[in-house]
Design a binder for this molecule. Sequence first.
Ligand SMILES: *Cc1c(COP(=O)(O)O)cnc(C)c1O
Length: 219
Amino acid sequence: MGLNQIKQRIAAAEAAAGRAPGSVQLIAVSKVQPAARVAAVLAEGQRLFGENYVQEAAGKWPAWRAEFPGVAVHMIGPLQTNKAKLAVELFEAIHTLDRPSLATKLANLAQARGASPELFIQVNTGAEPQKAGILPADLDAFVADVRGLDLPVCGLMCIPPDAEPPESHFAMLAEMAARNGLSGLSMGMSGDFEAAIAAGATHVRVGSAIFGARDYAAR
Ligand SMILES: *Cc1c(COP(=O)(O)O)cnc(C)c1O
């Protein structure tokens, strides 16, 4: 599909929803993609990327940051506590703050460094047992706890259940963000980013529709 087509579809979805042009940020999800594909998208001007694995990001982004000024990389995958220190050094934002122990760890790191990436709290909107995220019923208290730790929480993130239409999950996330005074909404992937934009997404995370299918075997 390609970067330009996705940008056009985002612009059309913004317009259809009566939202300002440029109100949605495109995170190009480059995890597992061959370097040549990512380099091509950088050459086309894309500067915001998403990664799922700390080690993989640490291996590939320092060189590209040096070559392409203005690059920002957001962590969108599950974050192990023992990788948090490397993560706060690597990423401008972390979308997967999903448990109290990680909040504590990030707060300690923020104190030590005097800085923190922007944080999105991941919400398990479908209450799926195998999926990470704060349960909807626990969210308001968790937001208050994270704010109490002086962490810069800017929004909420969700990954709707595979087997359900995503719209109600996007609407639920938007409602929970508004209720908590949070303006950021990280929601929408290759298959559903237009629906997410209609529901108020500020950050869409699009991988395969830009880069092509991921080949995990070739990593
Ligand atoms: C991989 C991934 C994406 C991108 O998925 P595509 O379907 O390739 O667009 C978005 N968000 C998260 C959390 C991911 O892990």
